[in-house]
Design a protein around this ligand. Structure first.
Ligand SMILES: *[C@@H]1O[C@H](CO)[C@@H](O)[C@H](O)[C@H]1NC(C)=O
Length: 207
């Protein structure tokens, strides 16, 4: 039976070979393979993975009632979400030098994502997060106290989406406009939390 290590190695080599036609590392050390494996995750997969990982925490936010919609209860939840998002930001930034077929790799590893497909993935993530943050704002007793707490996660989501836009902007022309039309419902929450990176990027879009 193959050990986990050799299975992981085989998977990494296969994944690396599929993801890039040009990479031909002279030395196939486990370090090199591990980095290729990480680099093989395109933006669509990274964002979909964030969506899945933060879902339980979003459910917690959506379970709040006025009595427990407090900074004490909300802070550990948003800190958990922030941790997931920060990892994704690092991963997106690391894709900067990758080829378009890696960056735009489809979720199923097949066809590359289009403007419409990636816009939907981005919009779904923004609606998931800002929908929950807007809900918390709507039930909490003191909005002024709650806003800085919600910005713990809102700011890093803004950071993630801007990193994605700057990475794919020249590959998928019109991506920002395609996202904006999908997220009309949560634009007021983004404005209320004053997430400048998003406010500015969306304000620049001509609809
Ligand atoms: C908040 O309180 C409600 C009602 O008691 C409860 O159902 C929910 O699980 C609580 N949420 C959290 C995150 O503590």
């Amino acid at each position: 039976m193959l050990s986990f290590k050799s299975l992981a190695f085989a998977a990494a080599v296969a994944f690396g070979a599929l993801s890039t036609a040009f990479a031909a590392p002279a030395v196939v050390g486990s370090e090199v393979v591990a980095r290729d494996l990480v680099a093989a995750r395109g933006v669509a997969v990274i964002l979909t993975d964030v969506h899945t990982k933060i879902q339980p925490h979003i459910l917690e936010l959506n379970s709040l009632v006025k009595a427990n919609a407090t900074v004490e209860v909300v802070t550990p939840i948003v800190v958990e979400i922030k941790g997931v998002v920060v990892d994704a930001v690092v991963e997106v930034i690391a894709l900067a030098g990758a080829s378009a077929d890696v960056i735009l790799a489809g979720v199923d590893g097949g066809v590359q994502v289009t403007v419409a497909v990636l816009a939907q993935i981005i919009a779904d993530l923004l609606i998931l997060v800002f929908g929950a943050l807007g809900f918390v704002l709507s039930i909490c007793a003191d909005v002024t106290v709650m806003i800085p707490c919600l910005c713990i996660v809102a700011d890093v989501i803004g950071c993630l989406i801007c990193a994605v836009f700057s990475l794919v902007g020249s590959l998928l022309v019109g991506i920002i406009g395609a996202v904006v039309v999908l997220i009309a419902a949560i634009l007021p929450v983004i404005a209320q939390l004053n997430i400048l990176v998003l406010v500015n990027v969306f304000a620049g879009v001509k609809l």
